[in-house]
Design a protein around this ligand. Structure first.
Ligand code: SF4
Length: 364
């Protein structure tokens, strides 16, 4: 059972599943490992947890030789023992597609998911290019490595009528983005990745993101602006449909919590909410995180002399670009709070939407 809000769908129990683990060579402690890939990883909560497991590593390439990674068979087989439907966040303490995880382990994890059609698995990665490389090569009937992995699962466990229809209908694939640059880079690759459901987690959200105007780079000398909520693109002259044959099915948004957390400007969250609403895409607002906006220069319409001034590191101005000066567009004043105190209301509303439970879309 987990408290992660977006696993807690009605009719299922929320769960995390971490079959890949890391044994610390010096202490013998068993925890997890990963390496940071972008600024969204800066305050990785999983890295922060490792000391509790007697695994005092940083999630950094320099520390990789301090641990031995292994696929924990007991943990691997756990979903086969869970009879009632669960919504399961896969590898919540690392990134399943971290380069140090061999393809055979990932295939074994896919085999277990194939054998558990009663569960919904949510795979969230920042390494969507590796996910696309691996999953794009699997034929609609599965592949040899997966069939072999399925055959190796001990007899008598789970539902032996597991699906081999690819992409697996019970596996959702998402990518994390934190700003426009990571959205531009990762979301188009996600849309090319075979998956029954594709989602984006904009958490921690560190800047404005327009997912209806991704910079798709140049194609045949023409720059494409992509709307990934409608699967259309704008070139120099026209709107073109069917770019990927897929669009985003779900968007999660949230601010950062924990040590060193950075504040989220409320307009960044509002903008994602409004983009999703216009396209009819389910939107989930996870949390404000460690900061709460208590004053909005434009909306509260105060004379600037009456504005609060940050007194210490627990108080900050945030403007639309993410800067911390009083000047700039849409300046708000944010205060550090607990995650619980800052809550989950966006303009007074809790946004708890998921893709339809019986969604069975085959990818292109
Ligand atoms: S990819 Fe995920 S698990 Fe890995 S360091 Fe970044 S935030 Fe942490």
């Amino acid at each position: 059972m987990t408290k992660i809000e977006w696993t807690r769908r009605a009719g299922t129990k929320g769960e995390t599943w971490n079959p890949i683990r890391a044994s610390n060579k010096a202490t013998g402690g068993v925890g997890h490992f990963c390496t940071k890939v972008s600024v969204g990883c800066q305050n990785c909560y999983a890295a922060d947890f490792q000391k509790r497991f007697k695994n005092p590593v940083r999630y950094a390439a320099q520390d990789a030789d301090q641990v031995e990674l292994f696929l924990d068979e007991n943990a691997l087989l756990k979903p086969l023992h869970w009879k009632k439907p669960r919504t399961i966040f896969v590898c919540s303490m690392t990134d399943l597609f971290y380069e140090g995880h061999p393809p055979e382990w990932i295939m074994q994890i896919w085999a277990v998911m194939a054998l558990c059609p009663q569960h919904t698995f949510q795979v969230l990665t920042k390494r969507i290019a590796r996910a696309n490389d691996m999953l794009g090569g699997i034929s609609p009937k599965g592949d040899h490595a997966m069939c072999k992995a399925i055959n190796e699962i001990p007899y008598g466990l789970g539902n032996r009528k597991g699906s081999l229809e690819m992409p697996l209908p019970n596996v959702w694939i998402g990518t994390s983005v934190e700003d426009q640059a990571t959205a531009n880079e990762r979301i188009p690759v996600l849309l090319e990745t075979p998956a029954a459901v594709r989602f984006v987690s904009a958490e921690p959200l560190l800047g404005p993101v327009d997912i209806t105007s991704l910079d798709g780079g140049y194609h045949d000398g023409v720059r494409l602006i992509i709307d990934c909520l409608t699967d259309t693109a704008l070139d120099a002259h026209d709107t073109i449909g069917g770019i990927f044959g897929a669009k985003l099915d779900w968007v999660i948004c949230g601010g950062e919590s924990g040590r060193g957390a950075r504040p989220m400007h409320p307009d960044w969250a509002r903008s994602l909410r409004d983009q999703c609403k216009a396209a009819g895409t389910p939107f989930f607002f996870k949390q404000w995180g460690a900061w709460q906006t208590i004053y909005d220069r434009d909306k509260d319409d105060l004379d600037w002399r009456a504005c609060p001034t940050p007194q210490n590191s627990n108080e900050r101005y945030v403007n639309l670009e993410g800067g911390h000066g009083f000047h700039g567009e849409r300046v708000v004043f944010a205060k550090r709070k607990t995650k619980k105190a800052s809550g989950r209301l966006l303009d007074g509303v809790e946004h708890n939407e998921w893709p339809p439970i019986d969604q069975r879309k085959a990818a292109a």
